[in-house]
Ligand binder design. Structure first.
Ligand SMILES: NC(=O)c1ccc[n+]([C@@H]2O[C@H](COP(=O)([O-])OP(=O)(O)OC[C@H]3O[C@@H](n4cnc5c(N)ncnc54)[C@H](O)[C@@H]3O)[C@@H](O)[C@H]2O)c1
Ligand SMILES: [Zn+2]
Length: 363
């Protein structure tokens, strides 16, 4: 599938299919020729797929070297960014090299940021290995690291030359990581494609069995939806906010849990609750939040906030988020399943009175 990004006239290929990781050599040679490839990955993924990717590259006569950092969100930081850059410099990588980010969203963001900054930027290939990374984070060009003040506060836009998603590697992904990715796929359906949402709901059994064909369809459709949104708004001025359905509440839940909740789990609860908020605000059709809850529960995802989240902590967390964003607390709401609701001002987000949110979430 070819993705067009008209804003900066970049276009790149997203390939989805079983066994693609073993074809990576020829695909990379064609889409992203380079003198040398720095394969950035985490310790976990290196052990599972590092050798296989190296073999795939060397089979095509490509010169690759694996650089790894410890797995985990807390390692998506500036220390590892500088260690990776130093590692590449020590190994003699030059301007004619490229970065291949092999792993989940953490690797994609950190490896992507290395690619964006190494010698003012070298080409990037994304080989996502979590469901979330395949259908969400590897598309869109956002890269970066976390800081003590918050997540993703340092970064750059850097579009990949090629994205290779091989659903067969999802067989080794732990269950909670898998369902966390499903939450974002369901979100794509909820905001823009009701039939897609219902087809995921109807096919959960095959998805949980990690059937590569079903996963290929899922990833391809989600990538299509995300790419369509992003290409309309590559630098996040307005329309891209439709992707934030569920995320205002999710960010508060994630922060309060000290990021013990996985992102997709928090998004699931956030979507159920923001649908309820939307219904109370008269924006979302009655009954939508019930249907969302049903499907999320069938998908083994949470639909409520943690018990430790009370109103005080919740609104404090929103306040912090708001300060960082430099604006107001806003919600992306849906009108019904498959359609994002524009606000009266023609914006894609809504301001909702705090009292209303309080009554829906805490009373
Ligand atoms: N750039 C974007 O647009 C964007 C969008 C959404 C999320 N993100 C970022 O993505 C990150 C979360 O990504 P994630 O959920 O993929 O987490 P992750 O990268 O931490 O991966 C989760 C865990 O699964 C392991 N793993 C990865 N692939 C595996 C496989 N095939 N088999 C077994 N284990 C595997 C990893 O080593 C890690 O321990 C966050 O930092 C978030 O900010 C970025
Ligand atoms: Zn998300």
């Amino acid at each position: 599938m070819e993705l067009e990004h008209d804003a900066t006239a970049t276009a790149y290929e997203v390939c989805v299919g079983e066994g693609l990781i073993d074809d990576a050599g020829s695909l990379i040679a064609a889409a992203c020729p380079a003198h040398r490839y720095s394969i950035i990955t985490d310790t976990q993924v290196a052990g599972l797929y590092g050798e296989r990717l190296l073999d795939a590259l060397s089979g095509e006569g490509l010169n690759g070297m694996v650089l790894k950092f410890p797995a985990g969100e807390w390692n998506k930081n500036r220390e590892n960014w500088s260690d990776l850059i130093d590692g590449m410099l020590r190994a003699g990588f030059g301007r004619d090299s490229a970065v291949v980010a092999l792993g989940g969203g953490v690797v994609g963001d950190l490896g992507g940021f290395v690619a964006a900054t190494f010698m003012r930027g070298v080409p990037l290939v994304q080989i996502p290995t979590t469901l979330l990374a395949m259908l969400d984070s590897s598309v869109g060009g956002k890269t970066g690291v976390d800081t003590a003040a918050g997540k993703n506060l340092v970064g750059a836009f850097h579009q990949p030359r090629l994205v290779l998603a091989d659903p067969a590697v999802l067989k080794t992904l732990p269950g909670p990581q898998f369902t966390s990715g499903l939450a974002e796929a369901l979100k794509h359906g909820l905001i823009l494609d009701a039939a897609y949402f219902e087809s995921i709901a109807a096919g959960l059994e095959d998805l949980f069995a990690r059937q590569p064909d079903r996963l290929t369809d899922l990833i391809a459709r989600s990538v299509e939806i995300k790419a369509a949104v992003v290409s309309r708004d590559e630098r996040e001025s307005g329309y891209r906010k439709v992707l934030n359905f569920g995320h205002t509440v999710a960010h508060a839940q994630e922060a309060i849990s000290g990021y013990a909740w996985l992102h997709g789990e928090a998004v699931a609860a956030g979507m159920a609750l923001e649908a309820a908020i939307g219904e109370a605000a008269g924006v979302t059709e009655e009954g939508v939040s019930r249907r969302i809850q049903e499907v999320l529960e069938a998908a083994r995802l949470p639909v409520e906030l943690d018990d430790e989240v009370d109103a005080t902590r919740f609104f404090e967390a929103l306040e912090k988020d708001k300060k960082r964003a430099g604006g107001r607390v806003r919600y992306t709401l849906i009108g019904e399943i498959g359609r994002v609701a524009a606000s009266d001002e023609g914006d894609w987000t809504h301001e909702v009175p705090e009292e209303l949110v309080r009554s829906v979430l805490f009373e």
